[in-house]
Design a protein. Structure first.
Length: 153
């Protein structure tokens, strides 16, 4: 099997575990994670089907001797950026709190990976952080981490 198929299987497994793990939460608090794990599973299923459908076409192109070495090289930089950024988000959250860390994550992500201008990227980061606040704090009443440095921010 090719890499996309394995990635799809891994994504569906993570989503299934996340959905299973959510059942320990209260009903209101479990709704959003359950919806997200369902969406993740659906995305993995779409990738799985797509990888099986395109396998034959890619094998035919590879047999014709076309240059396919450039595509895998270009995917690593964005992947590494997202992994490092997500790790920094996870490390910063206990210190500065969930919402400031979320804003910084989104702002840096849009600066690195988006075609939006810097002001537009910042505006979207502010709007998305506000939406996340409304969903988690106001609608679902989910307590979020507030770090020791949060009062100084």
């Amino acid at each position: 099997m090719k890499r996309d198929t394995w990635i799809a299987i891994a994504v569906m497994a993570v989503a299934a575990f996340a959905a299973w793990d959510v059942y320990g939460l209260k009903r209101g608090a479990a709704l959003f994670p359950l919806l997200m794990s369902s969406a993740l599973f659906l995305g993995g299923a779409v990738l799985f089907v797509s990888s099986l459908r395109t396998r034959k076409a890619q094998d035919e192109v590879a047999q014709e001797g076309s240059e396919t070495d450039e595509a895998p090289k270009r995917i690593w930089l964005p992947l590494v950026e997202v992994v490092v950024l997500t790790a920094l988000f996870a490390l910063a959250m206990p210190w500065i709190g969930f919402y400031p860390a979320t804003f910084l994550y989104l702002a840096v992500f849009f600066a690195l990976r988006s075609e939006l201008s810097r002001p537009a990227g910042l505006a979207v980061a502010v709007a998305m952080t506000g939406l996340i606040y409304v969903i988690f704090s106001l609608l679902l009443a989910v307590p979020t981490p507030v770090g020791p440095l949060a009062p100084y921010l």
